[in-house]
Design a protein around this ligand. Structure first.
Ligand code: COA
Length: 353
């Protein structure tokens, strides 16, 4: 009997602190109207600076997913953690999550993936391969972000800052032999030619030397080693993410429908068969474009960006967990997940619940 991968439990966590669009106007030249009109976002959550991190939020979501799956944390045999805002540069959040959850056994692997907005779909595809080959039985997949610690709250950073929020989502993946159920297909893509269009470039191993057009205040090239963070970087506000919003938008509205259609074609299904599309919550206008180009009804698409902003790797698992709680994901439903983001990387998954 062929083994497929099912989502046995879902969890999510968003911090209590609600930041409304109006709250951001204290720091930067923006408005509730501009943000809502361009992105659909009304508010987002920010983690508590003194006691929350990407890992602690991930642990909250993971605890819920483990409970919903009806297993114990000791049953987890592999962790996959997707984030672009890790607690440390290294080690990654996978091992930190293991510690935070109090999983003391060492017969467990922990993998960190850095695929930004498509991190959850990449993680799902990796988990699917490990389950199908019989290597693991209970994989914990987490997407979590603490963006608020790394955003530019001046007017210069407004194009990026207003979009992003904090939160975490998680899923427990298990094998199933129930015919036709579970993950039917996953599709992953990348195109590195636009890497810098949506990127957090400093600090990095480029040491500034490979970015000749930029002056980061580095020492001369003949000195050994480099300086990871320079005072000039701090002074010039170069320690923040940058985004070419229009390039991202134009690519996203093409790649989202394309990769969804690829999954439908692979499984000989059509967009009418989709019970619920849970797209990465990048921007409400992008979701509306995708909905229109696939001819989907409103009830076939789940959006919660209005409440949480774009939570990058956390956005799909938060949305999926909320959709499940609201009764919009039922036994036998065809669930479609899709994402596009920095890299660029993009992907899709079709799941028969
Ligand atoms: N508040 C007010 N004005 C803002 C602003 C803000 N938060 N951010 C940018 N602006 C200004 C710009 O400075 C610009 O002003 P100018 O015309 O005087 O130069 C003007 O608004 C238009 O900026 P532009 O970047 O052309 O706006 P846009 O219509 O492309 O919308 C985004 C910007 C970011 C909302 C849009 O490009 C987008 O959604 N892109 C996709 C982003 C995304 O999904 N990223 C995540 C990928 S996973």
């Amino acid at each position: 009997m062929a083994v497929q991968t099912k989502i046995a439990g879902l969890g999510h966590y968003v911090p209590e602190n609600i930041i409304k669009n109006q709250d951001l106007t204290q720091f930067m030249d923006t408005s509730d109207e501009w943000i809502q009109e361009r992105t659909g976002i009304k508010e987002r959550r920010y983690g508590a600076k003194h006691n929350e991190t990407t890992t602690t939020m991930g642990a909250q979501a993971a605890t819920m997913a483990i409970e919903k799956a009806g297993i114990s944390k000791e049953d987890i045999d592999f962790i996959i953690f997707a984030t672009l805002s890790p607690d440390y540069y290294f080690p990654g959040c996978g091992v930190l999550l293991q510690r935070e959850l109090g999983i003391t056994k060492t017969e467990i692997g922990a993998l960190d993936i850095r695929n930004q907005c498509s991190g959850f779909i990449y993680g799902l595809s990796i988990a699917d391969q490990f389950i199908k080959t019989g290597m693991y039985k209970n994989i914990l997949l987490v997407g979590a972000e603490m963006h608020s610690m790394g955003l530019d709250f001046t007017t210069e950073g407004r194009g990026v800052t207003v979009i992003f929020g904090d939160g975490a989502g998680a899923a427990v993946l298990q094998p199933t032999e129930e015919s036709g159920k579970g993950i039917l297909t996953t599709h992953l893509h990348s195109d590195g030619t636009h890497a810098e269009e949506l990127a957090f470039i400093n600090p990095g191993s480029h040491g500034g030397y490979h970015l000749k057009d930029k002056d980061f205040g580095y020492p001369p090239e003949n000195e050994p080693g480099g300086i990871f963070v320079t005072q000039k970087m701090v002074d010039d506000g170069q320690l923040f993410p940058n985004m070419n919003g229009q390039v991202v938008f134009k690519k996203a509205v093409v790649k989202f429908p394309e990769v969804i259609k690829e999954a439908l074609e692979k499984t000989s299904l059509s967009s009418e068969d989709i019970s619920l599309l849970v797209p990465h919550q990048a921007n409400l206008r992008i979701s509306a474009f995708v909905q229109r180009s696939l001819g989907l009804r409103d009830d076939q698409v789940f959006n919660n960006i209005q409440k949480y902003g774009n939570t990058t790797a956390a956005s799909i698992p938060i949305a999926l967990s909320e959709a499940f709680q609201e009764g919009r994901v039922k036994d036998g439903d065809l669930i479609c997940l899709a994402a596009f983001g920095s890299g660029f990387t993009w992907g899709s998954a079709l799941i028969r619940w």
